[in-house]
Design a protein around this ligand. Structure first.
Ligand code: HEC
Length: 473
């Protein structure tokens, strides 16, 4: 907790990251799948002199640049901004461990973007062979950037044999490969590749229908070429089984019934993937009708939402960690010595940014209990509970008694596996109970006019409502 607290009212940090990341993931998957489609169809069309397909590839390339390059790059940078504001310690840990991985990823991303532009502007300028080579370079760049990112993301859920830094025997290179080649690295790459292909395959039908000048027959032929990208979606089932057999049993339980929200999102992802597979098989490959613009956009939307749901599940089942077994979602390290230090000194002694900059610790500890509790909450709970917003505490405890809330707080990590245990002194423990009861009273903290920028880092004298539960007077 050595970093400032960045507050996003109502939404909370996690949702803020999630919103940007999910948009980015869908676009990035599209860009990778499109790379494969372009490389394979260009090779095919080049060999057969298929003028229709070549004409389509020209238009499809423009769609790719306009949509995915621009919004993909903007949201990609957006992810860095959001994660480093919402989880600076987690981001720092990933940068330290994977610094060369990020650098390699960046080089592949650059290759992808440059090759994409050269491909698009190379029509009628490059020799056909060179043009084809550029198409494959685009695919290699796009796919390899997926490979690198996939290793890093999967590490966060399943660190495998990786050992955290510490001690003289720490070998950065060995740590890198242990972390990168973690248990879900390959199954996740398989599932992601299939999802890239599916999203891109559907986007082919969208673009073919969008271009007004194609006849029904031509649209059908292009749509079917795209539909073959969806055929391997059947491998999604063994891929998902492989993936879930590689995650920890706690994480698996969350998705398979342990957490209602996770299970519902997971079920939604599975059902919509099956629907897309069925629709593709009967609608596009077997019966060969012409898929209309509306239908193809609807399919694309379902695929995008299904991808988002699956990302949500992957993020959700990692709770209560940012990096499993290493760092909790509230950026506190999971090791014993950290916990002992916090229990001994108090969390606020280790979280300078959780209370106002113009107060010293002794002053904070002299405040009413619920005000101390708010700062403790900032440090330990706010990563997942935004007062008055995402996963708000108030409706969760509703009108629970002080005894019950104390009981839940004492058993946080044990009762509910998706939460880290409470850490801190007895005073802080009592304080956080009072603050939760205060929140359940329904009153939000109002910063006085002109001090809004400081958010909760404002002196608590301006709390506006005295709740009947407040007992410290
Ligand atoms: C890793 C994310 C995370 C962190 C950190 C976290 N919580 Fe939670 N908490 C959750 C989730 C998820 C739920 C379940 C919400 C639901 O059931 O809809 C929950 C539920 C609760 C509940 C209701 C429990 C019940 O029995 O229904 C309480 C009380 C609570 N949290 C208190 C806290 C306190 C206090 C802290 C900080 C010391 C904290 N939480 C930190 C994720 C978190």
């Amino acid at each position: 907790m050595e970093y400032p607290l960045f507050e996003i009212p109502r939404l909370g940090g996690g949702m803020f990251v999630g919103l940007v990341a999910i948009i980015h993931v869908v676009i990035a998957h599209l860009a990778v799948g499109a790379g494969l489609f372009i490389a394979v169809s260009h090779t095919w069309a080049f060999k057969r002199g298929d003028a229709l397909m070549l004409d389509f590839l020209y238009r499809y390339g423009r769609f790719l640049i306009l949509l995915s390059f621009v919004s993909g790059a903007v949201t990609g940078v957006g992810i860095w901004v959001t994660i480093s504001l919402a989880s600076p310690a987690g981001t720092s840990a990933l940068i330290h461990l994977f610094v060369w991985g990020w650098a390699i990823e960046w080089v592949f991303f650059l290759l992808e973007i440059v090759a994409g532009y050269v491909y698009y502007y190379g029509w009628h300028r490059l020799t056909p062979r060179r043009h084809l080579a550029v198409a494959w370079l685009y695919f290699v760049g796009a796919f390899m950037s997926l490979v690198v990112i996939n290793g890093i993301i999967t590490f966060m859920l399943t660190p495998g044999t990786w050992q955290p830094p510490g001690g003289s025997s720490y070998d950065a290179q060995r740590a890198f490969f242990a972390a990168f080649l973690n248990p879900t690295c390959w199954p996740s790459l398989l599932v992601r590749t299939l999802s890239c292909m599916a999203i891109a395959g559907i986007s082919v039908a969208v673009v073919a229908n969008w271009v007004g000048s194609y006849s029904g027959e031509q649209r059908e032929r292009i749509g079917r070429a795209g539909a073959w990208m969806l055929a391997p979606i059947a491998l999604m089932v063994p891929g998902a089984v492989w993936y879930f057999s590689s995650v920890s049993s706690t994480a698996r339980d969350f998705a398979l019934g342990g957490s209602v929200a996770m299970t519902m999102f997971f079920a939604f992802g599975v059902v919509s993937s099956l629907y897309i597979a069925g629709h593709t098989y009967w609608g596009l490959i077997r019966n060969r009708p012409c898929v209309h613009l509306q239908t193809s956009i609807l399919l694309l939307a379902i695929a995008a939402v299904a991808t988002g749901a699956m990302e949500f599940v992957r993020e959700g089942i990692r709770k209560p960690h940012i990096i499993s077994q290493y760092m909790y979602s509230n950026q506190i390290l999971c090791d014993r010595s950290t916990r002992e230090a916090i229990d001994r000194d108090g969390i606020l002694a280790h979280a300078r940014f959780a209370y106002p900059p113009d107060m010293v610790l002794e002053e904070v500890y002299r405040l009413p209990l619920k005000d101390i509790g708010r700062y403790v909450f900032n440090a330990e709970c706010r990563a997942c509970h935004e007062p008055g917003g995402t996963n708000d505490i108030a409706p969760l405890i509703h009108d629970a008694s002080r005894e019950l809330v104390t009981g839940i707080t004492n058993e946080l990590g044990r009762l509910k596996h998706f939460m880290p245990p409470f850490m801190g002194t007895d005073l802080e423990r009592r304080a956080i109970v009072e603050y939760q009861l205060f929140l359940a009273g329904g009153e939000l903290y109002q910063p006085p006019p002109g001090e809004g920028w400081r958010g909760t880092a404002t002196r608590p004298s301006s709390l506006t409502r005295v709740d009947s539960r407040e007992v410290w007077r």
